[in-house]
Write a protein that binds this ligand. Structure first.
Ligand SMILES: Cc1cc2nc3c(=O)[nH]c(=O)nc-3n(C[C@H](O)[C@H](O)[C@H](O)COP(=O)(O)O)c2cc1C
Length: 143
């Protein structure tokens, strides 16, 4: 069975809603998925998975600081060629998602699912279906 990990952080729960719906989409497509908040994630969690999916809200035109720190931990693991995906919520500018996926693509040389998935926080409840579809798309790449 293909394995994946979804690692995210959130302050108010919007990005978490996306994360949970992405997991539902992946599990529905037959992937064994672990969901972790970024402060609980360790670099060892990235070994033995077929896809790494990162989620962050945008704060102050940046990704959430906990995710920024985790990207340095990720650098210690060889992720070259592994499937990656990035998602997140935002209010008006939404830079975090592209920042994460740029690092995954250009620094870790991951095989990214494109386009990334981002949505306004207030829209997550009505757009959960898109999150599930995104999960299904990731699953399709690793199965
Ligand atoms: C202090 C603060 C700063 C924010 N800065 C930005 C920003 O620079 N760009 C943006 O698009 N949204 C910004 N937002 C909106 C959040 O990205 C949005 O509410 C997001 O959905 C929160 O996700 P979360 O509940 O997963 O933490 C900001 C929100 C707060 C409270």
């Amino acid at each position: 069975m293909a394995k994946a990990i979804v690692i995210y952080d959130t302050n108010y729960g919007y990005t978490e809603t996306m994360a949970k719906a992405i997991v539902v989409g992946m599990e529905g497509a037959g992937v064994d998925v672990e969901l972790k908040k970024v402060l609980a994630a360790k670099e060892e969690d990235l070994e033995g998975v077929d896809a790494v999916v990162l989620g962050s809200p945008t704060y102050h035109h940046d990704m959430i600081s906990s995710m920024k720190m985790f990207l340095f931990k990720m650098k210690k693991v060889d992720l070259k060629g592994k499937v990656g995906a990035a998602f997140g919520t935002y209010g008006f500018s939404g830079e975090a998602v592209e920042m994460m996926s740029d690092t995954m693509k250009h620094i870790f040389e991951m095989d990214m699912i494109e386009p990334d998935l981002k949505m306004k926080g207030m829209e997550v409840v009505t757009r959960e279906k898109e999150c599930k579809e995104f999960g299904k798309k990731i699953a399709g790449r690793i199965k």
